[in-house]
Design a protein around this ligand. Structure first.
Ligand code: AMP
Length: 458
């Protein structure tokens, strides 16, 4: 995952980026950084932690300039090493180039070995660094030609923003795996992973950058070009952005995330109704809107059964299992007086390893619930993701080795129902344009086959 943002022609560019990173924080809590350009010099500050910890007031004063890009990181490739924090800055022919990347490339191994043979020296273990090495090899200074040549060599998932001097370049892979939105702010433009970042900086949403499109923005001028094959590629938007990852107030993949989640919940109710339940609750926050959709479709009351402690981030984003497990216990607390003796439908967006769900259900049982009917607003996740979602290896994905009945036993619920693949796609804005490899094993772009992520035993 990761959140990316860029602004041009803004009197307080780095502050706009900082606010934007606040809005995109859910896309990566591990580290944050900003690179800005003031007409003469480039400035770069990046640190581990949330945007509010990684960047101080003093930092923002130092980050002068009218053009800037920013990144919040959630590591999928490359370790959590500080060297891997973005934006990643290099100088090429006297010109600074900074990159912020969301997504995972799938031809990393080929590109690494080719570039190493040709003499490249790498500073990080990030696939994003490959992109600047490819840019450095280009003989032309014409940005459109240079970026076109490089972007055509990349495979997999990438939404990108670059700062090249005072020019912002934005690009999206031809399948459009990850979102990237374009907005207008005063006399300049903004690019951001999700439209929710625009609201905070009072930018106006224009549209999404198209899959296979590149935009080159200099001050108040925007040029757009297609570097990908014109219309030849089928889109493969990540359906998990809609299910879980993106913010509900964002508009991505031509749809509003909140409304999509409600439709997922309504479809789930059609496929797995629970008759005679007392009410529906969500596992907050990820299950909230699917639960609401479920309750409305069923005509059942929607209650709050778990209270979230707001001073904790998303549990999975911290890479260590020990921290993840500890945080599960402090994050949500059941309201006993609501739950005691009741038959309850519990809606969650997804089950990955099953460990969080199992401890959640145990807490609900301890609160005196009589029956728990768990409903999941996506199909069983059986396959690893190679395009940027940090799903574990196949052997850790509970649904890759257990049937729905076995999972129900493991998490100790009275019944368990998952949304079907067809049902999920039927409520998307054109279900044919989505990647659902984590559910179906149908990978729209060739993946590196010898990866251990695939293996059930290793
Ligand atoms: P679990 O029961 O341990 O599989 O945890 C399920 C919860 O973690 C659900 O709310 C999931 O949506 C959430 N989650 C989302 N993405 C991930 C991920 N990449 N890795 C682990 N858990 C995730």
């Amino acid at each position: 995952m990761c959140g990316i943002i860029g602004v041009s022609n803004h009197p307080e560019a780095s502050r706009a980026i900082y606010l934007g990173l606040y809005a995109l924080q859910h896309r990566g809590e591990e580290a944050a950084g900003v690179a800005s350009f003031d007409g003469q010099e480039v400035h770069l500050i990046k640190s581990p932690g949330l945007a509010s910890d990684a960047l101080t007031d003093q930092d923002l004063i130092k980050l002068k300039g009218y053009a800037a890009i920013g990144h919040c990181r959630y590591s999928t490739t490359g370790s959590s090493n500080v060297k891997n924090i973005q934006p990643f800055l290099v100088r090429h022919r006297g010109r600074p180039i900074a990159i912020a990347h969301n997504g995972n490339l799938t031809n990393t191994a080929e590109l690494f070995s080719r570039l190493e043979e040709e003499g490249s020296l790498f500073q990080t273990t990030m696939d994003s660094e490959l992109i600047v090495h490819l840019l450095a090899k280009e003989k032309t200074n014409d940005l459109e030609k240079m970026f076109t040549n490089v972007l055509r060599q990349l495979e997999g998932a990438f939404s990108l923003v670059f700062l090249v001097g005072d020019t912002i370049v934005g690009a999206r892979d031809p399948q459009g795996f990850r979102p990237l939105c374009l907005g207008r702010s005063g006399d300049g433009y903004v690019l951001a992973s999700e439209s929710c970042a625009f609201d905070l900086i009072k930018a106006e949403f224009i549209r999404e950058v198209e899959p296979g499109e590149m935009v080159i923005i200099n001050k108040d001028k925007l040029k757009t070009c297609r570097y990908g094959k014109n219309g030849a590629e089928k889109h493969a938007h990540c359906v998990f952005e809609n299910i879980y990852f993106a913010r509900p107030d964002s508009h991505i993949f031509n749809d509003n995330v909140y409304l999509t989640r409600k439709r997922l919940g309504a479809q789930l109710a059609k496929e797995h109704p629970v008759k005679n339940a007392d009410f529906v609750i969500a596992i907050p926050d990820s299950g909230n809107y699917a639960a609401l959709g479920y309750a409305q479709e069923m005509g059942l009351p929607f209650e709050t059964g778990l209270i979230r402690n707001h001073y904790i981030g998303r549990t999975f984003i911290q890479p260590s299992q020990f921290i993840r497990e500890a945080r599960v216990r402090v994050k949500l607390n059941p309201i006993r007086d609501v739950l005691k003796g009741k038959r309850v439908v519990v809606v969650e967006d997804s089950i990955v390893r099953g460990t969080t769900s199992r401890s959640r259900i145990e807490e609900l049982r301890n609160a005196g619930i009589k029956e728990i009917h768990m409903r999941i607003s996506c199909p069983p996740i059986q396959w690893p993701c190679f395009y940027g979602i940090d799903f574990p290896s196949k052997k850790e994905l509970i649904a890759s080795s257990k049937s729905v009945e076995e999972i129900a036993k493991f998490i100790k619920v009275d019944s368990l129902g998952y949304l079907s693949l067809e049902g999920m796609l039927s409520v998307m804005n054109d279900g044919t344009q989505f990647c659902h490899a984590c559910f179906s094993g149908k990978y729209p772009v060739k993946v590196p086959v010898n990866q251990s992520k695939y293996l059930l035993e290793s």
